[in-house]
Write a protein that binds this ligand. Structure first.
Ligand SMILES: Nc1ncnc2c1ncn2[C@@H]1O[C@H](COP(=O)(O)OP(=O)(O)OP(=O)(O)O)[C@@H](O)[C@H]1O
Ligand code: SF4
Ligand SMILES: [Mg+2]
Length: 608
């Protein structure tokens, strides 16, 4: 973790707490009065009206089966995410923040597996059927565990989860260069996500513009060439008079070769209606300028003539729409299956049959020459939507970037492309894994503002993973502190910064430099996050905790409520109740048994 957590402390680290616990009463000298490092200016979320729980994670366990042994990356994570709120996830490097996000989206790759737990998204259990996906067997005389996967069930689970990913749960990856495919252009990759999740909307827009053109032509007759374009755009903008006037001004200025006036008209036009539906090529052409008046004139005219569609193009779009609707219906069936815990095989097969019929009916569109022509309007429309999405994340020259490839972009640009992809789906839950790490502070502020706007407009619940406690204080409503695969403290942001209870949280906050107290020495937490193949028994923080007691080495502390929405896992805050029985010595791994000769499908390499 970046915030000053080093292996050797220059100043002795002193955790602080305001809680008068059993231990605090016994040893008052060890517990100091609360003193806060960063206090957010915003009110505490718990005092405000809170949204419904949209994502609930209970006792989530994710392991990686490596040659050295089983890495217990998550060992019982609990997390609650509410609609319209930003939930922060903080902790040192390697404590399991990214694995938590991957596990929620069910994107953990080999050799990892989500082992158990419950992930409930809008009432649907995303881990439905998990126990049948794989079986585990320990390899004799070693730390290794053999995993026998059922590839058929894993494929079925992935198909089910496709109904949730994108518009339900979207993710901004920590490493965009690894998440993007180097052989496809930015347009291809962002456009694919757009077509997959908002395809029906895009096709509907094209068909509506085509209809509007037909109607306006009937009204206007064969009037001036540009009138059809102007009225088409006016229709797309809801027949707004201002739009018609703006497009007319744009065309006239472009024809007159007046660059300044053209640019001003393009800006006025951009203010009146959404860009993709109204001659976007014209808009961006005049925006970028730098071309001669004749070329400009031709581009403007061409873009205004994007509709009408040919009959074949119209048929193709209708067919694509039908297929998208069937995909959406299949998604609904999958969601119902996860919600009720029962398979709906009959409905699923019926939809798959209809899909097959529709594919056969449109098979003549598959011929290359035909496909290229019929696909053109949809491709162009998607391209301009991608350009608009890129402009939304403040990328300069979005047209050129959309045509480029991932290797041509800097790390910060790639990160913004990834953010644009996630934001354009307008998801219900956005898992943002360090979304602003590679960005300049100015762009960082703009991206955080974009996420805030999305949250307010769509009610998106954001899980923000970050190392930057300043960002957490500024944008989060609730914060979860993670250590070695567990959530050790969870509280509303104001409460956490004012009254951190867990010694680890206190250590993290103590390592932030303060400009208003330059004389204050920075503290650090000695040691580092343990190896998760053989984590320390009991409280995983005990080797680094100055308050460690004998019980901390024996038992894992439970999550204890400490006020409204505030929980902490630490024996310092346990009330003097009955002592719980000591935890049995942790076995390296407790796999479920499998038949000794469980076989895998033919041709599939045996995982070890
Ligand atoms: N593919 C893998 N194989 C083996 N172990 C893995 C794999 N991916 C993650 N891990 C382990 O899971 C643990 C958590 O990793 P994770 O990437 O979630 O950390 P993080 O908190 O996101 O760290 P950072 O802040 O550096 O991004 C680490 O101990 C890591 O070694
Ligand atoms: S439970 Fe963990 S954090 Fe709390 S005092 Fe014991 S070792 Fe420290
Ligand atoms: Mg990470």
């Amino acid at each position: 973790m970046a915030s000053g957590v080093t292996s050797q402390s220059s100043a002795r680290w002193r955790p602080v707490t305001g809680h008068r616990s059993r231990l605090a009463r016994r040893a008052p000298s060890r517990v100091q009065t609360a003193e806060r490092t960063v206090a957010p200016s915003r009110p505490i979320a718990s005092t405000q009206q809170r949204g419904e729980v949209v994502l609930d994670v209970q006792d989530l366990k994710t392991y990686f089966f490596t040659y050295d042994g089983v890495v217990r990356a998550l060992d019982g994570v609990n997390l609650t995410v509410r609609r319209g709120e930003t939930t922060g996830l903080v902790g040192e490097t390697g404590c399991g923040k990214s694995v938590t996000a991957f596990s929620i989206a069910r994107l953990v790759s080999e050799p990892g597996r989500v082992m158990s737990g419950k992930i409930t998204f809008r009432g649907a259990n995303l881990l439905w059927g998990l126990e049948k996906e794989a079986k585990y067997r320990r390899v004799a005389k070693s730390n290794r565990v053999k995993v026998s996967r059922s590839f058929r069930r894993i494929k079925a689970a992935n198909e089910r989860l496709a109904s949730v990913r994108g518009r339900g749960i979207a993710m901004i990856f920590q490493e965009p260069s690894a998440a993007m495919n180097p052989v496809f252009s930015i347009w291809d990759q962002v456009g694919e996500a757009l077509l997959l999740h908002r395809g029906i909307e895009i096709v509907d827009g094209l068909l509506a513009a085509d209809r509007a053109w037909g109607e306006s032509r009937g009204l206007l007759g064969s009037d001036v060439e540009y009138s059809s374009g102007a009225s088409e755009i006016a229709h797309a903008g809801g027949g707004h008079a201002a739009t018609t006037a703006a497009i007319a001004a744009l065309v006239h200025a472009a024809l007159a070769g007046d660059q300044l006036e053209t640019r001003a008209a393009a800006d006025r036009l951009g203010e009146t209606v959404s860009l993709p539906t109204l001659a976007p090529e014209a808009f961006y052409t005049v925006r970028n300028m730098g071309m001669d008046a004749e070329l400009l004139r031709r581009r403007v005219l061409r873009s205004l003539r994007r509709v009408p569609l040919t009959r074949m193009q119209r048929n193709y779009l209708r067919l694509r729409r039908r297929q998208m609707v069937l995909d959406a219906e299949l998604g609904q069936v999958s969601f119902r299956e996860m919600k009720t815990g029962k398979p709906f095989r009959f409905q699923r097969r019926a939809i798959q049959l209809r899909k097959l019929r529709s594919r056969l009916r449109g098979s003549y569109f598959r011929f290359w020459g035909i496909r290229r022509r019929v696909e053109r309007p949809l491709k162009e429309e998607t391209f301009w939507r991608v350009v608009q999405a890129l402009e939304g994340v403040r990328i300069a020259n979005p047209v050129q970037i959309a045509r480029g490839y991932p290797h041509e972009l800097s790390g910060g640009m790639l990160q913004r492309v990834m953010i644009s992809m996630a934001l354009s789906c307008e998801p219900e839950v956005l898992l943002a894994d360090e979304p602003t790490t590679a960005l300049d502070v100015t762009i960082q502020a703009q991206i955080l503002e974009l996420m805030r706007q999305l949250r307010e407009r769509v009610g998106t619940a954001i899980v923000l993973i970050t190392h930057d406690l300043g960002v957490v204080a500024e944008v989060c409503d609730h914060v979860n502190v993670m250590y070695a695969g567990l959530i050790v403290e969870s509280a509303p942001v104001g409460e956490l910064f004012r009254r951190p209870l867990h010694p680890y949280t206190q250590g993290l906050l103590g390592s932030i430099p303060r400009y208003d107290h330059p004389e204050k020495e920075l503290t650090s937490i000695p040691g580092s996050v343990p190896n998760l193949i053989s984590p320390p028994p009991g409280c995983r923080f005990h080797p680094r905790c100055p308050y460690a007691m004998p019980i901390c080495k024996e038992r894992r502390p439970e999550s204890l409520p400490q006020g409204e929405d505030h929980t902490v896992s630490c024996f310092l805050y346990e009330s003097p109740a009955e002592p719980a029985p000591a935890e049995p010595a942790a076995a390296p791994f407790e796999p479920s048994t499998v038949e000794p000769n469980a076989s895998l499908p033919r041709g599939v390499p045996r995982p070890v």
